[in-house]
Design a protein around this ligand. Structure first.
Ligand code: OSB
Ligand code: MG
Length: 368
């Protein structure tokens, strides 16, 4: 297929309530919708998922948009590709800039699946050689808040059927809140995400082990590999890396050097679906566990995550909670959520549609 047109539509999704992590408090979520057309007039969609600020990752939304316009699109415009992986290979000429690459890669996979008249999940299953599920159990990520609000949020999440609940924490002191929560609700599937905010102490491993966690995500800053390895050695609870996982090599190294046992996969951080498929290959050789992380995606990003998370090698429910939980208005039709499971769309491609308003706005954008 030949790639002919690109359109970009910057959007701001307003959160129903602020999402608070150890890094920042988010009120609004910027995304740029990316629409890619082939020579037959088919359109595929992707999303730039970098934030406005460089606090969670180095690349910001504005940087990613700039790189996509100035460098990535000119590399592939009017080029002929038989497969999205071939296009991604071409993008490798540009160093890093994974968020920009991911948006184009997502749109390319959507286009590819549409041309084959298959759902993206079915295409990814075929390409990876893994089966996919039609209903995927999903988890929820609960932002920083006090104990009473945390207990309420956990009760609501359990009621909605979520099979894994992740709670954001900030700093060693905050482990006390989780201890108190465990006194009220000792047994549900709980994970923590410290977003790098913990300090190593002699008692840390023991304190974490007492919380009956499925795993703990990013206790230390991404550069503190040795500290993570040391903690993992002392701790029964599996350690999971999210923020340090930017490519296959970082995942492979972290697992091989026993810095973590579990990997959270974010296709936007890794540069798209293509590198995640490479990671899946590495996983079958090295046998680590992985799951699909989230970063408050809009409808297109959520659908791409779900297609990946439907593959049976994703070992834990992903951060794929229903989008209506975060946003009053998303820009696509919703994925179907029922009793803690998302239904994988059977339609061609990503399987969600742009709402008419956004389709119109997109058409008004210049063609690149
Ligand atoms: O660290 O996993 C994270 C959201 C934004 C940025 C980073 C993270 C998160 C979340 C929310 O935890 C996950 C979701 O999208 O539901
Ligand atoms: Mg995280």
């Amino acid at each position: 297929m030949q790639l002919k047109q690109l359109k970009l539509l910057p959007l701001t999704l307003v959160l129903k309530k602020p999402f608070v992590s150890a890094h920042e408090t988010m009120h609004k979520r910027p995304v740029t919708l990316v629409a890619l057309a082939d020579d037959q007039g088919n359109w595929g969609y992707g999303e730039i998922e970098a934030f406005d600020t460089p606090f969670y990752t180095a690349q910001t939304q504005a940087m990613a948009v700039g790189v996509l316009r100035q460098f990535l699109w000119p590399l592939v415009k009017d080029q002929e590709f038989s497969d999205p992986r071939q296009m991604w290979h071409k993008l490798e000429a540009v160093k890093a800039n994974n968020f920009a690459k991911a948006a184009l890669d997502m749109a390319m996979w959507d286009l590819f699946a549409q041309r084959r008249q298959q759902s993206l999940a079915a295409v990814l299953a075929e390409v990876s050689g893994l089966p996919y599920r039609t209903h995927v159990p999903v988890g929820i990520s609960v932002g920083l808040q006090d104990l009473a609000a945390t207990i309420t949020a956990v009760h609501q999440a359990l009621q909605a059927g979520y099979t894994r609940i992740k709670i954001k924490i900030k700093g060693n002191q905050d482990l006390q809140r989780i201890q108190q929560l465990r006194q009220v609700l000792p047994n549900f599937n709980l994970t923590l995400d410290a977003n790098g905010s913990l300090q190593w102490t002699k008692t840390l491993a023991h304190e974490i082990d007492q919380l009956n966690l499925t795993f703990i995500e990013d206790p230390f800053a991404p550069s503190e590999f040795q500290q993570s390895a040391y903690l993992q050695q002392q701790m029964q609870t599996p350690l999971c890396f999210d923020e340090p996982i930017e490519d296959v090599r970082s995942a492979w190294t972290a697992v091989a050097l026993q810095q973590c046992q579990i990997v959270s996969v974010k296709l936007a951080v890794m540069g798209g679906i293509t590198p995640v498929l490479q990671l899946i290959k590495a996983q079958t050789q090295q046998q680590f566990q992985m799951w699909c992380g989230g970063m408050l995606e809009g409808g297109i990003g959520r659908a791409a995550n779900l297609a990946l998370a439907s593959l049976t090698n994703f070992n834990f429910p992903g951060d794929l909670s229903a989008n209506s939980r975060y946003y009053e208005h998303d820009y696509t039709t919703s994925l179907l959520f029922d009793q803690g499971q998302l239904q994988v769309p059977q339609k061609n491609g990503l399987g969600v549609q742009l709402l008419p308003k956004y389709q119109q706005l997109l058409q008004q954008q210049p063609t690149l």
